[in-house]
Ligand binder design. Sequence first.
Ligand code: C5P
Length: 299
Amino acid sequence: MSVTVRVPAKVNVRLAVGGARPDGFHDLANVFLAVGLYDEVTVRPAPSLTITCAGPDADQVPLDRTNLAARAAELLAARHGIAPDVHIHIAKDIPVAGGMAGGSADGAGALLACDTLWGLGSTRDELLSLCAQLGSDVPFSLVGGAALGTGRGERLTELEVGGGFSWVFAVADGGLSTPAVYGEFDRLNEGVNVPEPVASPQLLDALRTGDVLALADAVSNDLQPAALSLRPSLADTLAVGAEAGALASLVSGSGPTTAFLAKDADAAQAVASALTSSGTCRTARVAGAPAAGARVLAD
Ligand code: C5P
């Protein structure tokens, strides 16, 4: 008996970041959009909690209890007074430490997979509350589609999306640490009165109507200057995508993956080819949005 859950990556189409809070986190107005790059998390009964991972970046994935998938299994088991005795296998296709919530996806996937394997029947709200304990981006990985995240990003309001969008993601060599990027944001904003983060009405309208040109005008990421400061070469990747016809080019979340919004699927292929041949990134991936959230796959 095994259960497999498929979970999407995300791009932040608006990441508005407030000042540092006393708990070290930052208040956000974080508009998440799930995109069609997926990890698959499979769980099966085992003598003890173990993890394996396969995929192009598998060697960069921790296989100990720091992996969010392991922490998800432990958290759910502890909540129900049972032992987290499962083997978790992650088939990884989402870039690792790339600002696309790959680790969060595995946390949400393992939570749903274990809940199903153990026949616990948790409600969606129970799962969302456990997701929020695992990390700020984990609830969105469960929900998918598009959503506004407030608080530290974990309090979600689902958003309507009126059409499909074509994206290209340029995967950089090596990851960027999310805490390091937030730390650089604080350093760059020292002495600045950082305004309250707000969602832009233009952006929400663009998503609702499925208007790609309006969306391109409205995307923004307050972490981009910090990611560029830590990894200046990302500016070259952004320039290549813009030159190749991307309607908008931005750093995805805390980076170093860069995201390019294209007019349509053909334009996305052209942007991806230009990025791949430019040598400014390791690889470029085309993906559609919105994508569904975590789903149990049929056997
Ligand atoms: O919630 P999560 O564990 O994914 O956050 C990772 C790190 O990112 C935090 O330890 C913190 O440094 C930073 N962070 C933040 N403000 C947020 C979300 C994350 O400062 N809203």
